[in-house]
Structure formats: C-alpha cells, structure tokens
Design a protein around this ligand. Structure first.
Ligand SMILES: C[S@@+](CC[C@H](N)C(=O)[O-])C[C@H]1O[C@@H](n2cnc3c(N)ncnc32)[C@H](O)[C@@H]1O
Length: 368
C-alpha cells in the first residue's frame, strides 16, 4: 500500500510535482479566463485525488494551490461572464473533512466561484462530473494525482482525450509497471509486453509509459502528450500531460524546461547512462562546456530535416519542435545557421501557436 504522503512533510519529488502543477495553472488560467475571444462560458478545474489541503508542516497541496492561483483571475472571469467552478474529490473521509474545513476558512472562501467537494471513489466522481466536462461551453483542467497506476485506465484516458478545450495532468508510479510488468494486476490495466519493458533502462521507464499512452491516441487525431519524470529514492514516477491544443503543450514544456534546463523532462539526469566519454569529447565546445546530449541530437536531426527540405511551412516546424518535447527557442540556432549557410532564404520564420489559429496565413519555408 502507498505511504500516506500527508502524514509527513512533502518530499522533494512531491514539491517538484506541485511546482509543475502550480506553474501550469499560472499559464492555463489566464488563457481561459482572460482571453480576448472566449468560446466557453464555464471554466472548470477538477482535482480528483485532492488530499486534505496541506502536508504535516503546512505546505499547500493541490486544492489550496488551485484556489490561490485562481483568486487573482476572478475579476477577468466576471468581466467576461465566465462561471468558474472548482471540483475536489477525496475518498478518505478524514482528509475530505479536513479539506472542507480549510476551504471554508476566510483565506479561501472569498471570490465569485463555485466550489464542490466530494467524498467518492475516483471512478464515481469521474462519472458524476463527466457530463460537466463534456458540456460544449466548458473548458476544463483535470489534475489526477493518484497513488500507484490503476485509475487512468484506457477507457478513462480515451474519455478525457476526446473532450474539447480540456488539458490534463496525471501522476503515475511508472517504475511499478516495470517491476511488475507480468503481474496480473498490472496486465489488467496495461496491455504491455514484458520483454519490451525489460529492455527499457529503469530510470527511463516513464518515457515508455508516455509512449504507451501516445499509442492510445488515433494517428489521425491532433493531440499533444508530454511527460516529466520524477525520481524519489529508487522509484521513478512521473506526470503525463495532455492537451488538444499546441499552445497547451508549449506552456507545459516551458514549465518543464524551467525546472530542468538540460533536458526539460526530469528532476534527475535521465540520460546519464547514455553519455559516454567518447560523446563527451566529441561534443565539447571551445570553452570546454558540453551541450546536453538531448539538445544536441535534436538540433542535428532538425538540421538534417531542413537540409532535406522536409518541412513546407513554419507551422510544420513549430509542431515538429513541440512534438519532440522542445520549444521554439531550441529551433532558432538551427534556423540561423541554415540561413547563414545559404540553405534557407533570409526570413523571420517565427514559430508560435498563432500559426495554429484558424484563418491565419501560414508562411512557407523558402529554401535556397
Ligand atoms: C497523491 S495523494 C494526492 C495529493 C494531493 N494532490 C495534494 O497535493 O495534497 C492521493 C490522494 O488520493 C486519495 N485516494 C486514494 N485512493 C482514492 C480513490 N480511489 N478515489 C479518490 N481518492 C483516492 C488518497 O487518500 C490521497 O489523499
């Protein structure tokens, strides 16, 4: 059984997880509450495994983080006639009571928004709230901070990824899948091949879990999934992020690159075992500082694709960059180099989510 993380002070990996969630909220809330053009009337945040609100030394958990981040945006929401609802669920009665008490305290009671707190098993809460998420005039953010691995089943994942205007973040204990890949309880939830899992380096298992969830998305559906790996002691956990919109993906990736400036995907050196002394020397710069392996490989691959005239438009480059877990700024030096070496004609080649807006003129790539 999972250790109860609220009985002690949150550990470093929990604090990183909550920092990512908070940073993502900071980006997500203004997009949905302060946008110039609003296509939704209701904005909902769902925290399905909410906990009691704080750890044993008073660090805020996800529900209080949500309220704290929301309060500064309520004025914008009311100016746009958007109704904001926060939904919290926690199946442990004592934690549910604690959370309820905290949410009625003066710090969190103010403001024009709806607050619902339920004391249900996850699936019951999910089914109960699903029609709200599925309303055509709703925009949703879902946080699913489960213990273990079992709640985000294939069915739940497919339901979430079919929703409009919905981003989600869920937590999963990925190393459990590696350790117990052939155990019937894991096989019930993940249709994975034990031999394939055995080949994955232990510390990279969360990347594999991401690829598993990617395989559940139909190939013709534009959808963006990304991950952040977290190590706690010998265990590997991680967040899986999903959004139907590239702007959501860009914002999540910006959060991850701010936390992990080397690779944008872990709170530890996830590629460490792959860096040989030979590679180290090969990629050393004049000042002796070596570029991170992952960035170097990305730049080389992008350069090759551009030299082979693979992309026709800037939008294609933008989506390629995001789908590979990088940000537009990572493509800039490659584009600059190829302009200087007369592979690309001189132009701005601006990469941004504006390229994905309807009726926008999309610039072509001008090869020399
Ligand atoms: C990882 S903790 C969530 C921590 C919370 N996000 C925070 O920041 O404090 C998981 C929570 O889910 C609750 N839980 C466990 N099984 C559940 C279930 N089947 N349905 C709903 N909640 C559950 C646990 O009691 C625990 O509080």
């Amino acid at each position: 059984m999972a250790k109860d993380l609220h009985k002690a002070a949150f550990e470093e990996s929990t604090l990183v997880k909550l920092a990512i969630f908070r940073d993502y909220l900071k980006e997500w809330l203004p997009v949905f509450l302060a946008a110039r053009n609003v296509y939704w009337k209701k904005v909902n945040v769902f925290d399905f495994f909410a906990g009691p609100g704080k750890d044993s030394i008073g660090n805020n958990g996800s529900p209080l983080i949500i309220v704290e981040e929301l309060l500064p945006h309520l004025k914008n929401a009311s100016q746009r006639n958007i109704s904001v609802s926060l939904h919290f669920n926690e199946n442990d009665k004592a934690k549910y009571d604690e959370l309820n008490n905290r949410l009625v305290s003066s710090d969190f009671a103010e403001g024009q928004y709806n607050k619902l707190v339920e004391n249900l098993d996850f699936k019951l809460a999910f089914d109960k709230w699903f029609p709200k998420m599925n309303d055509s005039d709703s925009a949703n953010l879902l946080f699913l901070d489960q213990y273990g691995v079992k709640h985000i089943t294939e069915e739940v994942f497919r339901q979430i990824t079919a929703l409009k205007h919905t981003d989600f973040l869920f937590f999963i204990s990925s190393s459990t899948i590696k350790r117990f890949a052939d155990h019937p309880s894991i096989q019930t939830y993940f249709n994975v091949d034990k031999a394939e899992i055995d080949d994955i380096p232990y510390h990279q298992i969360h990347r594999y879990v991401l690829s598993y969830y990617k395989s559940l998305i139909p190939s013709d559906k534009p959808y963006y999934l990304s991950s952040f790996s977290l190590r706690k002691g010998s265990n590997i956990y991680g967040l899986i992020f999903g959004s139907g919109h590239p702007l959501g993906m860009e914002k999540f990736l910006s959060t991850c690159w701010a936390i992990d400036p080397e690779r944008g995907e872990a709170n530890f050196d996830i590629d460490n075992e792959n860096i040989s002394q030979h590679q180290y020397d090969l990629f050393a710069e004049g000042d002796g500082i070596r570029k991170p392996n992952k960035v170097e490989v990305f730049e080389q691959e992008l350069e090759e694709l551009l030299r082979n005239k693979y992309f026709k438009t800037t939008k294609e480059i933008y989506l390629h960059v995001l789908s590979n877990g990088f940000l537009p700024r990572h493509a800039k030096p490659v584009i600059k180099k190829l302009i200087e070496s007369n592979v690309l004609q001189r132009a701005a080649y601006t990469l941004s989510s504006n390229l994905c807006k309807p009726n926008v003129l999309i610039p072509s790539i001008n090869y020399c």
